[in-house]
Write a protein that binds this ligand. Structure first.
Ligand SMILES: Cc1cc2nc3c(=O)[nH]c(=O)nc-3n(C[C@H](O)[C@H](O)[C@H](O)COP(=O)(O)O)c2cc1C
Length: 403
């Protein structure tokens, strides 16, 4: 669809297209999901519809049998460098794969968690491999402008949750002569994975509600002379066209969804992973403190149920370990390795790896709290975009869809 017809069709459908950095996009972002849930296939498919697809950068070697064969069994102090190199290679491959699928349409973003030990390495690799945007959360990416200085064409998109965080980050970045190209505002009471609140007890705080945070952030932009310069992307619990309309009415330029994309046919996760997420009922979801020290939301599957029963005892016995369980040191600060008794006490790389492989008994399955547009069904990305955006993404005729 050409630019003017997309803009007009959006208007006719009661929506706004997203004019972002000279491109006219569908106002939908597929959020980054690790480990290996949103890689090149999902991100490339989403981008091929002129939306934004995001590759999660963390431990992508798990999707590449040759890289796993090389590094899956490594132990000892030499292991880390080889695992990190395999992950850099895997990220480069997944970006190329997404590009191949999207054929120049939409945008390909790479998500990097600030809390990762190899945060800088992944940022550099994403820049060098031609990502269109970097989306960084799980910590304040105050150093991103310096890290990306030589790549001014790459959009920098912090993921935050409240107006205070936005104000702090924008003020610091302004001093470095850079503004965020967009900001994702992720709702901790609704989103999946690691959440942007200091502790589990804060998740319900009203300051995170979209009807509070969006007007507050827009008021800050006005007062700082930045009105209209930094588009906002609302994330968490979005499942319908009415949600998109309501959030655009509050001033969001676009919306970001995670769980609903994780359960699409094109998601890079296993079928078992998708079934666990799609089959979970509201009462199956649980919030807890992760090894990264942040609250997280996931499905209460057998491993998590057992862990939560043992958590307190494990925290009482927390102590610094001689080395990381996986010799990988995925996180800069890890509750288990560093013996931080207030944080989680499990190996996150191991349990997310089990989840990716579809091991329902041993895996950790992150999930948002919201309802899914198609209930328990696993459907193509096209159907999801059509349900969110109506005529902007035509549904396939039944007979073609069935073929
Ligand atoms: C399985 C899963 C893994 C996720 N992993 C990440 C991640 O690695 N980095 C990140 O910034 N956000 C992560 N998220 C959050 C999503 O990108 C997204 O912002 C959030 O899930 C939106 O809420 P929704 O699931 O209700 O749509 C994850 C979410 C899920 C469901």
């Amino acid at each position: 669809m050409d630019t003017s017809s997309l803009t007009e069709q959006a208007r006719a459908a009661g929506l706004q297209a997203w004019n972002f950095r000279g491109r006219t996009l569908l106002p939908v972002v597929q959020g980054g999901m690790g480990v290996g849930v949103s890689a090149g296939r999902l991100a490339g498919t989403v981008a091929s519809f002129d939306a934004v697809g995001t590759i999660s950068s963390v431990d992508l070697r798990r999707l590449h049998p040759d890289l796993m064969e090389r590094t899956g069994q490594l132990e000892g102090p030499e292991a880390k460098a080889q695992i990190d190199a395999a992950n850099r290679e895997a990220l480069a491959r997944e970006i190329a794969r997404a590009r191949g699928i999207s054929q120049g349409r939409g945008l390909i973003a790479v998500n990097v968690m600030k809390a990762l030990d190899q945060y800088e390495t992944y940022v550099r690799q994403a820049l060098e491999s031609g990502a269109d945007a970097l989306a960084v959360g799980a910590g304040l990416p105050l150093d991103l402008p310096e890290l990306a200085r030589d790549f001014p064409q790459v959009a920098l998109v912090p993921i935050l949750s409240d107006a205070r965080g936005v104000q702090l980050l924008v003020r610091k970045w302004e001093k470095k002569g850079r503004l965020p190209d967009a900001i994702v505002i992720e709702h901790p009471r609704l989103a999946g994975g690691h959440l942007g609140a200091a502790k589990v007890a804060d998740l319900q705080d009203r300051r995170f509600d979209f009807d509070v945070v969006l007007p507050e952030v827009l008021a800050f932009f006005r007062q700082a002379g930045l009105e209209g310069r930094i588009p906002l992307v609302a994330a968490g619990g979005i499942s319908s066209r009415e949600d998109v309309q309501r959030l655009q009415g509050l001033g969001a330029a676009a919306v970001q969804l995670g769980t609903a994309f994780a359960v699409t046919c094109e998601s890079d996760a296993s079928e078992a992973f998708k079934e666990v997420l799609a089959g979970a009922k509201p009462e199956d979801l649980v919030e807890f403190t992760s090894v990264a020290g942040l609250p997280a939301r996931a499905v209460r599957t057998p491993w998590l149920d057992k862990y939560l029963r043992l958590q307190e005892r494990m925290q009482q016995h927390a102590h610094a370990k001689a080395h990381c369980t996986m010799w990988f040191d995925c996180l800069a600060h890890c509750g288990l390795r560093d013996g931080n008794a207030a944080w989680g006490q499990f190996c996150i790389d191991k349990v997310l790896g089990h989840a990716l492989a579809g091991d329902v008994r041993k895996g950790l399955f992150f999930r948002g709290a919201g309802r899914l547009p198609f209930g328990t069904q696993i459907r193509p990305v096209r159907d999801l975009l059509h349900s969110l955006l109506g005529p902007l993404v035509p549904a396939l005729p039944q007979e073609v869809a069935a073929a």
